[in-house]
Write a protein that binds this ligand. Sequence first.
Ligand code: AMP
Ligand code: GLY
Length: 423
Amino acid sequence: MKVLVLGNGGREHALVWKLRQSPRVSQLYCAPGNGGIADDAECVAADLKSLESITALAARLQPDLTVVGPELPLTLGVVDEFARRGWPAFGPTRAAAQLESSKSFAKEFLQRHHIPTAPFAICDSIEQVRSSLGHFHVPVVVKADGLAAGKGVVIAKSKEEAASVAAEMLSGKMLGEAGARVVLEECLKGDELSFLVFSDGERVAPLVAAQDHKRVGDGDTGPNTGGMGAYSTADIVDDRMRDWLVHHIARPVVAGMKAESAEFKGVLYCGLMMTARGPMVLEFNCRFGDPETQPILMRLESDLTDALEASIEGRVSEGDFKWSQDASVCVVMSSGGYPGTYEVGKRIDGLEEAAAISGVKVFHAGTSKRDGVYYTAGGRVLGVTARAADLETAVARAYEACGKISFDGAHYRKDIAGRALKK
Ligand code: AMP
Ligand code: GLY
């Protein structure tokens, strides 16, 4: 079969790498892809901000299956458009993608369906923010309502800081339209967990869970990013907890969306905080996580195309996935300055030496390739991923690989999976 993957990040490289292993896949395309993806798939041009551009590409390639990586094309309605034309595409419709594209929609949805989440207030003006802040203790979380690539969340230490961040978001200076509405939220404490399930609109099948590391610096310091590293192990959640999460979170979300006539198909990413009061939903994404997908797919032993098709065709079941008991970890190497401003075009060395380490796969995110040489081309540059029988070995291999790779200004956290190793 002919498969088209949309996107250009580490997540899409992992998807392409996994799809490439399927005996069912004869032709594999990625639009627009990146320097590393070009080694595993044919990269084709497309503007993912434009439905017309994506549709024109698919009309030309006629893929048997399209997998949408990032949220933006989903929010534009790419799956709706493909469905109208009878083209199979994995992912939710525009209406269902609101779970990610509007935090106020997600919070009110959770409240309507009695799914655990932090107390919150939705504000459209700074006056509303000021009066609502009276109901919160500090620290308080301030979130932009719309899409902000993981950068629309600030944990404010004081109410003055919360008000000033909210004012900046509302003014449009900080995040444009995405900040025209803000959500204030109680700050939850606990371990974060990324719990992803495939859904066909009715049934759900969980993937193995992972833990992301959102802050840019060691010890969870500095600003939030798209994600600086993630790991997955067989015991990150036990069977009882997994069943609880399916029964109390994933299934009620899918049932609730169906009841509201916005059936959710595709992969539902539940960002959870495991608090002393139990698991609570921090956010939803309507797509695979980045970098969680890299360690998750490293542990997948069954054919990904079958599971993707099951979601599209309405026959999702837990048996769609077979997982390795091994542990896996992804350490993100980023450009110096990310998530703020950074320079690109730096030559990347040592990739071959890193890839030669047993169990290591280096997924490319912001890279380009010219004359056989790779250069940095984005904030998150590489996802150095390793798999091994235990987490300690996987982490040691990933960091050994990071040590072989160099580019000007390279930054990576030294403590990915550190807390799990201490336990
Ligand atoms: P979100 O995009 O809503 O997931 O927020 C991004 C990150 O901000 C989360 O992964 C958490 O690290 C943090 N965060 C969001 N909401 C809360 C909350 N209510 N309490 C504590 N941390 C939060
Ligand atoms: N790693 C978080 C995300 O994909 O949004």
